[in-house]
Design a protein around this ligand. Structure first.
Ligand code: ADE
Length: 247
């Protein structure tokens, strides 16, 4: 079972989220164990001081290193794992991708550290953390929402957490392609029709159409992703013929 330990100053921020559909069910069915640790409970003064003024001056507060080190060391103590990532959520980290999510979902233990205020004392990143991850090029007020994003992207990959494997294989970002467009009933809505091929019952034609739609959509919306996808010669030709060359 995947065990995720979260270090945060705001454990309460996670409670509603962890009860919701797929995550809640995955926890209930023991596919994942998520443990919240309040960084403040690893402080030793009577005020529970977890932050302090930055050396050198400047605005805001910086999270102190001692409680974060102590929390990680207490979680890790007695656990021998060859791969045990200690991940700091930070806008300075490597951007989260489906590939990273897949890698993390295959492990047994992960620690997520949520930063706050102006950041965390650099010695945490330098001497405690193994990976720094960002969920995108924008600034959040804390790492909690980023941790929830990571948890969501991992848990839905755990075997059994989602109904069927095929629904995982055909989704956006798998194989670096966006998903094809989906339709449901009615076949005509306000004069807009569902593409004829989907009503044909011809599974081979449907699969071909979907693959083509995935490729076209990725070429138009995310040419950066398409560069990392593997296409057949015929598919490259098809893109070239309509001026959407993948180069
Ligand atoms: N903390 C603040 N901004 C963040 C981001 N974009 N990703 C991860 N953690 C963050």
């Amino acid at each position: 079972m995947l065990q995720i330990d979260i270090l945060t100053l705001f454990p309460g921020a996670f409670s509603g989220y962890l009860q919701h559909s797929i995550i809640g069910r995955a926890i209930e069915r023991n596919f994942v164990d998520i443990r919240l640790h309040d960084i403040r409970s690893f402080t030793h003064d009577k005020h529970g001081t977890a932050d302090d003024y930055p050396y050198g001056g400047g605005a805001g507060m910086v999270m102190k290193p001692e409680p974060v080190f102590e929390a990680v060391e207490s979680i890790k103590s007695g656990v021998e794992k060859s791969e045990y990532p200690v991940i700091l959520l930070t806008p300075q980290g490597k951007i989260l991708t489906q590939e990273i999510a897949e890698k993390l979902a295959s492990l047994q233990n992960i620690i997520l550290i949520c930063g706050h205020y102006e950041g965390i004392d650099e010695r945490v990143a330098e001497h405690l953390v193994t990976d720094e991850i960002s969920i995108g090029d924008y600034l959040l007020s804390g790492g909690e929402t980023a941790a929830m994003v990571i948890i969501d992207s991992l848990v839905r990959l755990l075997p059994g957490a989602i109904g069927s494997q095929t629904s995982l294989d055909e989704e956006s970002h798998v194989g670096n392609l966006l998903e094809y467009p989906q339709y449901t009933r009615p076949p005509e809505f306000r004069g807009w029709h569902v593409p004829e091929v989907l009503l044909s019952g011809n599974h081979k034609e449907i699969a071909t159409w979907r693959r083509e739609q995935s490729i076209l959509r990725t070429a138009r919306r995310r040419p950066d992703l398409l560069k990392r996808a593997s296409l057949t010669e015929a598919e490259y030709k098809m893109l070239k013929s309509i001026g959407l060359q993948n180069n």
